[in-house]
Design a protein around this ligand. Structure first.
Ligand code: 5GP
Ligand code: ZN
Length: 114
């Protein structure tokens, strides 16, 4: 999609550090990491956010979880624990309107707020 930063990363028009990639998803290092491990799991199809998931495109959520598991293992946080979250809409803090899941880890997250 024109003007979408993640579509440009997917098309390799912009650089990124890639941890995992197949035909349907890509996992890249977040440019401004919030935790020691901060990876973005992104479907290659331009879907705005999780509110746009339907029975027609929901299969990509399986790929996203498989990618997250692979990256968590690759980066050594599989057994320590991590979070996989998505912000849906401005009010939730979404700033890039191409669906992505944050894989966050490498830090003790207790005490926790949710
Ligand atoms: P959101 O705020 O939409 O949930 O998450 C967007 C994330 O994308 C942020 O954590 C931000 O740091 C990351 N981000 C924004 N632009 C770029 C970029 O050009 N490259 C990478 N790798 N991450 C980006
Ligand atoms: Zn996009």
């Amino acid at each position: 999609m024109d003007g979408c930063i993640f579509c440009k990363i997917i098309k390799k028009e912009l650089p990124s550090t890639i941890y995992y990639e197949n035909e349907r998803v890509i996992a890249i290092k977040d440019i401004n990491p919030a935790t020691p491990v901060h990876v973005l799991i992104i479907p290659k199809e331009h879907i705005e956010s999780v509110k746009d998931i339907t029975s027609d495109n929901a299969n990509v959520l399986i790929d996203i979880h498989i990618a997250a598991n692979a990256v968590a293992e690759q980066l050594g946080i599989k057994d320590k624990g991590y979070r996989l979250i998505t912000n849906c809409g401005k009010g939730a803090g979404q700033t890039v309107f191409h669906l992505h899941y944050h894989l966050l880890g490498g830090i003790e997250m207790n005490p926790k707020i949710i």
